[in-house]
Unconditional design. Sequence first.
Length: 505
Amino acid sequence: MENVNTYSKKERNMFLTGMFGQNMIYNVVAVGLYYYFQNVICLPAIALGWIFAIARIWDAINDPMMGSIVDKTKTKWGKCRPYLIFSPIVICVITIVAFFNGNYANAKASGNKTAMIFIVAWAAISYVLWGMSYTVGDIPLWGIISRITESEKDRSSLISLSRIIASIGAGLVVVSIVAVSQSLNTAFGLDTNAQKGFIIAAIIITIIGSALFECAGIGTKERVPNSSETKTMKESFALMWKCKPFRRILISGLLRAPLQLMMNIAMTLLTYYYCKGNLTYAFTKLDIFVIVLILGGGLFVGQFVSMAISPALMRKYETKKVYNLFSGLSAIAFALLFVVYLIAPTELSKMGFVAVDGILFFGTGMGFGGVNVCQSVMISDCIDYEEYHHGYRPDGIFFSGQSFITKFSAGISSIISGYVFDAVGYTDINISKMNEAIANGANFATDYTAYSKAMWFLISIPPAIGMILAVIPTLKYEIDKKSHDKMLEELIKRHSENNQGDTNG
């Protein structure tokens, strides 16, 4: 494979900078906006669950549509770069608008039904619009990976680095948007429920993330040639299902949908169970800071470790085996989190239990990171598979499947959490009353055991079940190392011949 076209270090760094910024924006919404809707403006649990579910399921349907559009795009910049250049500014504006909402708990307390309806409607419409705009940038961002290099090694390396950078961006936002908003509130006396502080923090982080996201578009180059053939949207949808290895990945991803509950609920759980409802408390008490560092750090370090070692594991073992190994081991870690809670539901702040949970959070993080890297590599391999067998390279439509999985997972997770929280009364005005009680000295772990149990259950048992089920479809995944190496060698030869033909022509 001597004539392999691949990216430069500068190009790689620009792409990773864009990936970092894009994931800052994603987590401003996926974690920050969810926390804001639930715990700051206190939307009803069922309404919140269905807002996120309907928006994300519509996004999931919308993703293949966008993937088909990307695959039919032909410009002097390529078929992915135009969207990476122009979408960040639109995403930035809509992300900020989503936070400019009223306070549902206050409206309900005053009996203002019109305001209550308006607040829920604003949340729903702004979130749907955000999802649609984000899709325009997300699918090309991942799709371009298979277009800037023909090297399997460089591609796997870039995917691994992308996942690591994405997690760093996520971790930065997950902690900062809650902590910064509450710090701003305290420092400037903005309001009692952190709403204004949250809006300011969201604006700052979103603008920074959007500026960084722009680097992915202006700093990359597409090298893999387009297919001469184009497909209709209907044909693109059908292709996702007809390609057997891709179909297995898709089904596996949908089965592990509850995994998203960990990312949705973990910050709320840490904030209330350990930090008295205010994350900035961890920065004033050394023992609490250590606890949050062990638990939150365990989750993110686990992701980084698995992402870093995944390329080496995939070079030594079949990718599907690595994927299934991460899935199975993390399922055990997820389930044990709830077992530990049942053993000592009100004593998990003791360092012995913190150490055990830290190890388990590390294990769940390993599952997050390893599965995501393997999934992206497998999707990229499926693109090669389809081009090898049928002469058509579906970069956009296949990587829309990855976005489809993420958004479908978020939708299903929000429905699950919405009904569980509603069942235990963790919703709208009850959350507002709880916030006030905790501020006056109440203890979340001992005084709100139903809420605590619901949160520990949500971040453990449904994800464990999902990760076990996710293994089943990939047991017979068709693409192995030997066959993929053969496919890639033939494709590079075809690309070289096509380029020579174009030059001679």
